[in-house]
Design a protein around this ligand. Structure first.
Ligand SMILES: Nc1nc2c(ncn2[C@@H]2O[C@H](COP(=O)(O)OP(=O)(O)OP(=O)(O)O)[C@@H](O)[C@H]2O)c(=O)[nH]1
Ligand SMILES: [Mg+2]
Length: 445
């Protein structure tokens, strides 16, 4: 459902990640695209506005985080803010403490999926070790009671019913009694939906709520209705304090902005999402997992954290300073390599980069530890003077270094050529070079 948004954000993220430097203009452009992608996905404009503003503020505030590429950092910020608008922590239903069965009241508009979700929720709670019982408090249509009874039979969970016309509160009371007698610890109450929100329905639900004192009042909303779902939730919440939401039909093909807006606009957390008609198609809602899925992040967070741990901040700053002053030597370069090595085997890091894991062996080989070790060995075989002044290294010295490091003259040549290119690039940047160039290629790649 969020596939289009996901694809667009991933494209932006991929581009940002490749960036060694990020100017404020780059950030603006990226955020403009993020904004468009969210609006296109039907995310509420107020949510979009706050979202983008917070990322800009945090990105600028944390401009030089330790040892991590700024592009990565921005992606991390986008992820964190996504998790935040999705509700942060997972909302776990409060169903205790015993004695007395906990009451879960399900409310919502007609056709939103209340009855189906009631049965699904019972199945899920039973799997979590509870003993649920269902109550058919939709007393206006015999067919509605019949529907819940059938579902109850299908999943093997008791359904308490009453004759058509019984006040909903009386049936619910009967349900509580049945639960106490039968040892059920959760009573799930399915209520009648209306086509529109109207005063009588609200009054009935308020009456039901004050009679039952539900521990959880969950609004069931159809995610396919988009921003309408957000409006419905706002209105409901105003007269019947909700504790959580069940977003149904997330398997549909709507744009999905409702899922991203509803928590922030209403302040009510999403507890579950319905992802199909089957009885097992109800998932606990995890803000962080959805955010990761939207961004196609793979294990990028782990990667960023590892980079932050592996890099010695002061050493990195010193190296950057020396680069700008054109005093960056092969010695500095070697110490940078050692930092990269501290982050763990390169191949493993590679696996964690979304999209990169699929790249073939060629790319892997170019980045493998063997190559890094070879570069290090070559630098180790130089004298301190040679490391500081590589231009001194002529043919005879190259042969000595190759022999000393167990490599070949061709390897030494390549390393020196690449280092020289890198220095040239750094000089351009240091001399007030206006455009940020591509990341200097590490020798050995
Ligand atoms: N694809 C899909 N269909 C769903 C989902 N949840 C419910 N449905 C379908 O939506 C339709 C309406 O579901 P109900 O559970 O009867 O809705 P309700 O809110 O109880 O409706 P009323 O009792 O008439 O107010 C049914 O055909 C369900 O199978 C879902 O997560 N995904
Ligand atoms: Mg129903």
């Amino acid at each position: 459902m969020l596939e289009t948004l996901s694809a667009r954000l991933q494209a932006i993220a991929t581009r940002l990640r490749g960036q060694a430097r990020l100017t404020e203009a780059d950030l603006d452009m990226a955020l403009r695209e993020v904004r468009l992608a969210l609006l296109e996905a039907d995310v509420h404009f107020r949510v979009v506005k706050t979202f983008v503003a917070r990322i800009r503020e945090r990105a600028i505030g944390s401009a030089v985080l330790d040892g991590v590429r700024p592009g990565h950092q921005v992606v991390k910020l986008v992820h964190e803010e996504l998790v935040d608008i999705l509700g942060g922590e997972r909302h776990v239903l409060r169903l205790g403490p015993p004695p007395g069965p906990a009451v879960v009241l399900l409310v919502g508009l007609q056709g939103s999926g209340k009855t189906t979700s009631a049965a699904k929720l019972a199945v899920r709670l039973r799997r979590d070790g509870h003993r649920p019982l269902l109550v058919a408090a939709d007393v206006y249509r015999p067919a509605a009671v019949e529907q819940l009874v059938r579902l109850g039979e299908q999943v093997g969970i008791e359904v308490v019913t009453g004759p058509t016309g019984t006040p909903p509160a009386s049936i619910a009371e009967a349900g509580l009694t049945a639960a106490r007698n039968g040892g059920a610890d959760v009573v799930i109450v399915d209520t009648a939906g209306r086509q529109h929100m109207d005063q009588p329905m609200m009054a009935e639900l308020e009456g039901l709520a004050s009679a039952l004192q539900p521990t959880e009042s969950l609004l069931v909303v159809d995610a396919m209705t988009g921003q309408e779902a957000v409006r419905v939730a706002e209105t409901f919440h105003a007269s019947l304090p909700l504790t959580g939401l069940i977003l149904t039909k997330m398997d549909g093909d709507a744009r999905g902005g409702a899922a991203l807006s509803i928590r922030t606009v209403t302040g009510v957390p999403i507890a579950y999402v319905g992802t199909g008609e089957g009885m097992d198609a109800l998932e606990a809602f995890h803000p962080d997992r959805l955010a990761q899925r939207i961004l196609g992040m793979g294990d990028i967070l782990t990667l960023v954290e590892r980079a932050q741990e592996g890099m010695d901040r002061e050493e990195a700053e010193r190296a950057a300073q020396r680069m700008l002053e054109s005093r960056f030597t092969l010695e500095d370069f070697r110490s940078q390599l050692q930092q990269v090595k501290r982050m763990g085997p390169i191949g493993q890091l590679f696996e964690m980069v979304p999209g990169a894991a699929g790249l073939g062996g060629a790319a892997q080989a170019a980045l493998d530890d063997g190559e890094l070790r070879r570069v290090e060995a070559i630098i180790d075989s130089m004298t301190p003077t040679e490391r500081r002044e590589p231009h001194l290294i002529k043919a005879a010295r190259r042969r000595r270094i190759a022999a000393g490091s167990g490599t070949s003259v061709a390897h030494v040549n390549r390393l020196l050529r690449q280092f020289e290119e890198m220095q040239k690039l750094v000089r351009q940047l240091g001399s007030g070079g206006s455009r940020p160039g591509p990341a200097p290629r590490l020798p050995g790649r």
